[in-house]
Design a binder for this molecule. Structure first.
Ligand SMILES: N[C@@H](CCC[C@H](N)C(=O)O)C(=O)O
Length: 330
């Protein structure tokens, strides 16, 4: 029998598969098919999810394991902040380690256990890096601009100022300005437009709106590439924190801890500068909601009907934590 987990970080939901349990690992093509099927709200299980997290042994020395991320539409992502917290918890508990490195598509990232954000809420910190501002890193065709930081690009939208940043997955960020009101309809329109065939983002982009609430407090909502609206996007919140730091509005800064509220809860971010390079610490819940047991043959055929599913009970503590938070929306 193979054990899968249903997990979430700020209610950004995933299935987690450790390939070490399989008699032979699934190929990338097979993993994509599994991701599309299991995350499908009607064909999958437990109402589907936003993506599939695949854990394998690390190839790089000194890493405890490797994480790969497949979005619900089958596209591959280079990074996932909320997912990495849950993978970190999985690996930390499997190997009984508190601080270690996890291999991801572009970097080996420092992760570890952190003080609980709420009663009974397992909490992990993960490093988000590398951070790049070159539009070519997203990639983005930005009318000849090599960087885009809080700028009007009339082609994208006449009034909203955008920033482009790769962490290393691609993000387009708009932080609401005084006297401006950004709304969810606009976020959805932009998210859809930049994730179908379009002249600016050949590979699509995660689009986030941020609203500064107060000193070190911000609300962020994201339309994700390969998924659509999600309750939270860890890399989106990390990327928005970097852009907010660059705005110099006196409400945040390097090395300060921000509370980042999202539709699924709250995480913390700390933007650091190491040797001139930005890195972000993303701190938040790593909740396992369900344990799933499935026969290997059924998993290989993507037949999930006979899977045995057991609730962990962790969601109750997470919901208690969320109940105590202020709630915001665009
Ligand atoms: N939800 C994730 C990001 C997942 C990948 C993203 N949709 C992409 O395609 O880049 C997060 O928490 O960072």
């Amino acid at each position: 029998m193979i054990n899968l987990l249903k997990v979430h970080g700020s209610e950004n939901t995933f299935f987690l598969l450790d390939q070490n349990q399989l008699s032979r690992p699934l190929t990338e093509e097979e993993l994509i098919q599994t991701a599309v099927k299991i995350t499908d709200g009607s064909a999958g299980i437990l109402g589907g999810a936003d993506g599939l997290l695949v854990v394998d042994d690390g190839v790089h020395q000194n890493t405890l394991g490797r994480m790969r991320v497949i979005n619900s539409d089958g596209s591959i992502a280079s990074m996932c902040g909320n997912g990495l917290r849950t993978v970190s918890r999985y690996l930390g508990e499997k190997y009984d380690k508190d601080e270690f490195l996890v291999e991801t598509a572009e970097a080996d990232l420092q992760v570890g256990r952190a003080p609980a954000l709420g009663n009974g809420v397992a909490t992990y910190h993960v490093e988000i890096s590398p951070v790049r501002f070159e539009t070519s890193a997203l990639p983005m065709n930005a009318a000849g601009r090599s960087e885009l930081i809080h700028s009007n690009v009339v082609d994208l939208n006449e009034t909203i100022k955008f920033s482009a940043i790769a962490v290393p997955n691609p993000h387009l960020i708009a932080i609401e300005e005084p006297h401006q009101i950004l709304n969810k309809t606009k976020l959805g329109e932009l998210g859809q437009r930049f994730n179908e065939q379009n002249p600016w983002f050949p590979d699509g982009v995660n689009v986030s709106f941020g609203r500064v609430i107060g000193q070190n407090q911000i609300f962020v909502e994201t339309y994700e590439r390969g998924v659509g609206f999600t309750n939270a996007c860890g890399t989106g919140m990390a990327a928005t924190s970097v852009i907010w730091t660059l705005l110099n509005d006196g409400k945040t800064g390097v090395n300060t801890v921000n509370n980042v509220y999202n539709p699924g809860g709250m995480v913390q971010t700390r933007v650091r500068q190491d040797d001139g390079e930005y890195k972000i610490d993303l701190i938040g819940n790593a909740t396992f909601t369900h344990q799933i047991q499935i026969n290997e043959e059924q998993l290989r055929k993507n037949h999930f009907e006979k899977a045995k599913i057991v609730e962990t009970g962790e969601e109750e503590s997470y919901q208690e934590f969320v109940k105590a938070l202020p709630s915001y929306s665009f």
